[in-house]
Design a protein around this ligand. Structure first.
Ligand SMILES: *[C@@H]1O[C@H](CO)[C@@H](O)[C@H](O)[C@H]1NC(C)=O
Ligand SMILES: *[C@@H]1O[C@H](CO)[C@@H](O)[C@H](O)[C@H]1NC(C)=O
Length: 984
């Protein structure tokens, strides 16, 4: 059950309180007027608002929750005003009775939802608490125990209702107290997720909604219906191997289903989901190809503008920061990296997709007339060249027009020039009147008509160059227009009399005045300011190439309002700044513009600020600036670029980590797998039934050998891309594996000569990988993990008993209550805590994962390394695995300072680069790196190479603190006494 709230980050300043007559034209929940809507858009406190939202999941940035703020600031500074997040029931309720039914929301951990909301408050939010979330997380957010319930899940079955009600009551109360009505940032809440109606499902949905309302949720509740013709659902339109045609389907589906509500795209592809083994060759996170090609900034440009053309005013980008499926949090359909190709990569680096989002977001922020617009018509007959498709939107109140234009074949790479026929207050015009508009392949433009901007209500009749944003500084209206380098633009302003035009900074711009229209004609090349004066009203037109526009920001001056100053457009609240890679905040302090942010190298800076401002500080340090001839200030922001050495990984220690295959191994502490029936399936070796919900599982079955047993039949279900190895009395029988579509293996293993003990007890051991609990459908979470079928061959001997071990303590009594029960699995080394910092490994042998395992089995390795990262530097680090020959079947798990941060499967990939998350990674003290290596092959296996790599050196205002998580000594008493096991 996922909960998805939307949290607004933005500052708020009451500009105009809507009067009652205005309110009466809007719909509300009847419980609050703070969030209302009409058929076009939401209104936040009476202001029409485009909700441009970034999906970010709290748990996918493992470790220090203080770093959530880093993501939110990067999101907010790049055009977004909202964050949408899931709450993952499974993490908060390892068992129904966790914390007396109050759930686990431990402060200072990834489970601290209140801190997540607090950090987001400077930015705006939506919440999606479930109960079901999907989201490629184990069980789709259902705790493992929910899979044991008799009856269909996600229906009104009373057993299921009883399971989710306590959780939903608790999380609803947390949401309720953080609503905008309580001074918090939550503006919308989603009920359930990717859910469609049905006779037992609709009553369930109503119960979820009723539970929200009963706990004080008053903001609108929406849902995400995966089958509503995508009227309000999810869309991942890009092809997986080649560029796709845009899908012009949302508008009509929405009109058919919910014409009185704004068009909301609850999930629109910010990238792409990849599965185990889906990319060859193996390398990187696997997502590089998508963010670099299919879902890059050009994709955002074409596909997101198509959404605006179809009148969407609530757009949630899934994922903006995907993050990491650490520990056992992944569902079988995804691997460790959940980077998704989003605008902020898994290691928190904002990439070039964020520049495109800033251009779109800043335009949407200042273009309220677009939000109230109606789709008039669309087609290829607006342009002189029929290769171009145009959607005409018009605000029927103000007359402003928005022509969203692109190649009709949105995959086209053609260079096409055309004229566009527009309706204006001055009649029908073919624009530009001189020259043409150019479309360079995959490029979409929003061409405006009768667009009023600035405090002095400057009337832009039309512009073929796009509007980036506008603001008023002192008494001057600034408008930034842009187009790709080398294209031409034409912009017309209405004016009763001929304005003065100063092109001293823009000598190539020509102007003419006739019929009450001032027309500027220009080519885009560099940065140029054109100064206009309309009878005392001063306007500056800033002309930029698109590449240069990538460097510009229009930060809202930090204010004291509830939500900063988001709603204060049109006043002196915005400055214009070109330069920094990340601009977190801007403040006016006396005569100084104080900027805070990050640099990815020495960076030229230029800014326009109110007249009293003549000095600049960057992260508190003063920067020399000079006044440029165009009236702005310029200077250089100096990045500090220390040489940071990444140590070689060496001095590895090793132990064996599969002592359980020894027939004499003492398994008295293991769980008796003796249930004779379950609610789920007829077989009994089903790990969920015994409280183990993820990680490696070890089964030990005993039988009395007669001498006539010849082998064993096994059916093992592990989830996509899982696998297992079987041993009889310590002798390897064989291994079997799945892939991205195979989740179950059925095999017959013949006992090798000498393996069977006649007249004695025999022990069959199965070690299996658990790839996470299955998502979706009414029985999501119910697919077993374990041995679904077993029988001996040769003679019908029965097993006398089975024992099972998963993670130490299972979900209920996991010793590591800080990292949580999904951090570890059932490997011997994990159970004794050998992955934790401080574990005594003095008596271990020397041995490296590069030497590896000599046969089928598991070794566990530890080493330490030191970093020295100065303050003021963000230095994201990853662990790079050099893949071995693809025919070598081995699996490795990576642990940094006790956190399981990666699972590597050599024979599947694709991932070879694993984030060592900031916060968990100690910057100035010793790090403990551990690694399990399980060879499924009888000849063993080894890792070809292991090294630390950096994603760059960024000067930053962020303050990092090494995240204090428990070490071995904190948990020693709760774990088995360690015994050294000889490595293989
Ligand atoms: C409010 O919603 C109802 C039900 O969908 C609809 O009939 C009505 O027209 C809406 N009113 C406005 C002002 O949008
Ligand atoms: C609820 O659970 C009980 C106990 O497992 C079971 O006997 C009963 O049939 C279930 N009810 C429904 C409606 O599934």
């Amino acid at each position: 059950m996922l909960i998805r709230p939307f949290v607004l980050f933005l500052g708020y300043l009451a500009v105009c309180r809507a009067g009652a007559s205005f309110l009466s034209r809007r719909n509300s929940t009847g419980l609050t007027d703070e969030v209302t809507w009409d058929s076009h858009s939401l209104f936040i406190r009476g202001q029409r608002t485009f909700i441009l939202s970034a999906e970010i999941h709290p748990w996918r940035l493992p470790g220090n929750p203080d770093l959530w703020a880093d993501l939110f600031q990067k999101v907010k500074s790049n055009g977004f005003n909202t964050v949408s997040f899931y709450v993952n029931w499974a993490l908060h309720y390892p068992e129904p009775s966790t914390n007396d039914g109050q759930g686990d929301f431990q402060e200072g951990t990834y489970r601290d939802i209140q801190q997540f909301i607090d950090e987001a408050k400077n930015a705006v939010t939506v919440k999606r608490p479930g109960p079901y979330i999907n989201g490629e997380t184990t069980g789709g957010g259902f705790p493992g125990w929910v899979g044991n319930i008799a009856g269909d899940l996600r229906t009104n079955n009373p057993n299921y209702t009883q399971a989710w009600t306590p959780y939903l009551n608790i999380i609803s109360k947390i949401i309720a107290k953080n609503q905008i009505t309580q001074g918090g940032p939550i503006i919308l809440v989603q009920a359930e997720n990717e859910f469609s109606a049905g006779s037992t499902k609709s009553p369930y949905m109503q119960m979820v909604i009723d539970t929200y309302r009963a706990n004080g949720i008053v903001v609108p509740i929406f849902h995400n219906d995966q089958h509503a013709g995508q009227a309000g659902g999810d869309s991942y339109p890009q092809g997986s191997s080649r560029w796709a045609q845009v899908q012009a389907i949302y508008y009509s589906a929405h009109e058919a289903v919910a014409p009185n509500n704004p068009l909301c795209l609850a999930e629109f592809g910010g990238g792409f989901l990849l599965q185990w083994g889906s990319i060859t060759p193996r390398g990187g996170t696997g997502y590089e190809k998508y963010s670099g090609d299919l879902t890059n900034a050009t994709y955002e440009n074409v596909f997101y503008k198509e959404n605006y053309a179809q009148t969407a005013t609530i757009l949630n980008i899934y994922m903006l920061f995907g993050g990491t499926n650490w520990g056992q949090t992944a569902a079988p359909v995804s691997y460790t990296s959940y980077d998704y190709g989003g605008g902020i990569n898994e290691n928190r680096v904002a990439n070039s997709k964020m520049n495109e989002m800033r251009q779109q977001g800043l335009f949407l922020r200042v273009s309220r007339d677009l939000l109230g617009s109606t789709l008039i018509a669309n087609g290829t007959n607006y342009t002189s060249n029929s290769l171009i498709h145009t959607a005409e939107l018009r605000n029927l109140g103000t007359g402003a027009g928005f022509y969203v234009t692109r190649h009709d074949d949105s995959t086209s790479l053609a260079l096409t020039t055309t004229q566009l026929t527009v309706q204006t207050s001055q009649g029908k015009l073919a624009i530009p009147r001189t020259g043409t508009i150019t479309f360079n392949g995959r490029e979409s433009k929003i061409i405006v008509t009768d667009y009023i901007f600035g405090a002095s209500k400057t009337h832009l009749l039309y512009s073929t160059a796009e509007i980036f944003t506008w603001t008023t500084i002192d008494n001057t209206d600034y408008i930034i227009l842009y187009a790709p380098q080398g294209q031409t633009g034409e912009t017309g302003f209405l004016s009763a009399s001929r304005p003065t035009v100063d092109t001293s900074d823009a000598p190539a711009v020509s102007s003419s005045f006739s019929g009450g229209v001032l027309t500027l004609n220009y080519g885009l090349d560099g940065t140029h300011f054109v100064r206009l004066n309309f009878s005392g009203r001063s306007v500056v037109v800033v002309l930029l190439t698109k590449a240069i526009a990538n460097n510009w920001h229009a930060p809202l001056i930090s204010g004291n309002g509830d939500f900063g100053n988001f709603f204060s457009i049109g006043t002196n609240e915005t400055v214009l700044v070109s330069g920094p890679y990340v601009l977190r905040s801007a403040e006016l302090v006396g005569s100084t513009l104080a900027l805070v942010g990050d640099l990815n190298g020495n960076t030229p800076v230029e800014f326009v600020a109110p007249s009293g401002i003549s000095a600049l500080t960057w992260n508190g340090v003063s920067v020399m600036v000079t006044r440029s001839s165009r009236g702005s200030f310029t200077g250089t922001l100096q990045a500090s670029s220390p040489q940071i050495a990444l140590p070689t990984l060496q001095n590895w220690k090793v132990i064996g980590s599969l002592p359980e295959i020894d027939p004499d191994f003492d398994d008295s502490s293991f769980t008796d797998a003796d249930l004779t029936k379950t609610n789920v399936c007829t077989q009994v070796l089903y790990s969920q039934q015994y409280g183990f919900y993820g990680g490696n599982l070890i089964f030990r079955g005993r039988f009395n050998g007669t001498g006539r047993e010849t082998g064993v039949n096994l059916a093992v279900q592990y989830g996509f891309a899982g696998g297992y190895s079987a041993f009889l009395n310590g002798v390897f029988l064989g291994s079997s594996q799945g892939n991205s579509t195979v989740s179950l293996s059925t095999d017959t293993w013949i006992f090798p000569a000498g393996a069977l003990r006649s007249g004695k007890e025999n022990v069959l051991v199965v070690i299996q990988d658990h790839m996470g609990i299955t998502e979706t459908n009414s029985n999501g979470g119910k697919e077993p993990r374990g041995i679904r079928g077993y029988s001996l061959t040769g003679i019908n001997t029965t097993f006398t008993s089975w024992k099972l071990q998963g993670n130490e303590g299972g979900a209920a009594k996991a010793p590591d209550t800080f990292r949580g029960y999904l951090n570890e699995g059932g490997l011997y080394a994990e159970r004794i805590g050998a992955h934790l910092p401080g574990f005594p490994d003095d008596s271990w042998s020397t041995g490296s994962p590069l030497d590896g395992v000599s046969g089928a089995g598991i070794n566990f390795y530890r080493t330490t390394f030191d970093l020295k990262i100065p303050d003021g530097i963000d230095f994201p680090v990853r662990l790079s695995i050099t893949p071995s020959d693809i025919s070598s079947n081995f699996r490795a798990q990576i642990y940094l300072n006790g956190w399981q941060v990666g699972k590597y499967i050599n024979n599947l990939g694709p991932q070879t680069l694993f984030v060592l998350p900031a916060g968990i990674l100690r910057r100035n003290s010793t790090n403990t790196l551990a690694l399990s290596l399980w060879s499924l092959d009888k000849n063993g296996g080894s890792i070809a190479g292991l090294q630390l790599v950096s994603d760059g050196t960024f000067s930053t205002s962020l303050q990092f603190e090494d995240y204090a998580s428990p070490d071995y000594q904190n948990q020693q008493a709760l774990r088995p006494e360690p015994v050294d096991v000889d490595p293989m």
